[in-house]
Design a protein around this ligand. Sequence first.
Ligand code: ZN
Length: 453
Amino acid sequence: MCQARVKFEEQEVVTIRDLAFENTRTGRTGDMLPDKDEPNAMGGGGQGGLGVADHPSVSLFREYLRLKTVHPEPDYDAALKFLDRMAQELELPMKKVEVCPGRVVAIITWAGTNPALQSVLLNSHTDVVPVFQESWKYDAFAAVKDPKGNIYGRGTQDMKSVTIQYIEAIRRLKAEGRRFARTIHLTFVPDEEVGGHKGMETFVKHPEFQALNIGFALDEGLANPGESFTVFYGERCPWWITVRCPGSPGHGSRFVENTAAEKVRRIINSFLDFREQEKHRLNTSECLTLGDVTTVNMTMVKGGVAYNVIPAEMDVSFDMRIPPTVNLQEFEEKIQQWCKGAGEGITYQFAQKHTNQDRTSTADSNPWWKAFSMTCKAMNVSLQTEIFPAATDSRFIRAVGLPAIGFSPINHTPILLHDHNEFLNEQVFLCGIQVYQELVPALASVPALPGEV
Ligand SMILES: [Zn+2]
């Protein structure tokens, strides 16, 4: 069996339809008016083609999608106002921490019955990436729902769905009168999509973060096109490198020796040959996912002033993403060899070089993972554990020594984060709330660990 996969024993799997039926049974009632679509909304069929009102959780999701928290100028004030209202509705306190000027982290807290225990963190980011509107079927900020119940909008997968699922799960658990031993914090952070430097990276060093006394964190994952849910326990390290190739200048009519271009060619060959090897490795092994191999992409080339002038220098830049299983020192030595072999005087510089390779244990000896995975098993939800191929705020949480799992309860859905026509089906969205309704109690009820009060 592939190590990279966890598949629980075959049992009858609860289908989306089953869970959707459940939703009608357990759904919140009353306190919000159902969403009304524009009767002439693009694509029509805004009510799912059935002429019925939206589920209140779906209404809330669509409302949140319409807030333009999109870079380069996210309307964070609108998000904070929305979250203020959520805290009021949930009757829970909300704290705001300005980690950088104009960059506020909001924290909604549901205190546990034993607040001395470490808490559970449900993290989500409020910002979304820009859109190329001309490539979208619908306005990317109108949250249009098509007749199949697919809701289109920037952030439907990354990750406004998860934000609302957390809130709705908490709302339902509170409505049921439940209480848990551990405190639950919901954090809503800015700037994840621009690297998290003015968001989570700064927040984890803030005394207010320490004061949360976190034991375990949930953060975003990715959609899964199949039946399973994908769970991320680590991330690849991004290395952005520029290789500088100096050479002898001269007239473009001659065979000048030792030119920059010849060196650049060898550098490109080394990096892209390695790229081919890694691609081949990924494509020929069923056990491997994108997070298990190193991706290399040549993203910039600079140099030259005129057609007939051989330049004195040419630069080439690469975006590399390195899995936590790779020995980073050896990998850099390999780069050094490529540079040495490509000619004299070649140097390189990193624009970004992450070296934190912390992974969250997915062994049963990790009580948090055990609670998470056993709950999924009880729901007949199968999990695929993977290394996240890109970067999320989880890396900052893991870097301060806390276990974190990247998880977005989205299955039967193509991976469309940052893509055109990002969408999520309302039934998949509603099922996700139920997943959290089970997961949150399990995590917030993990018995006191050694060393805890
Ligand atoms: Zn995201």
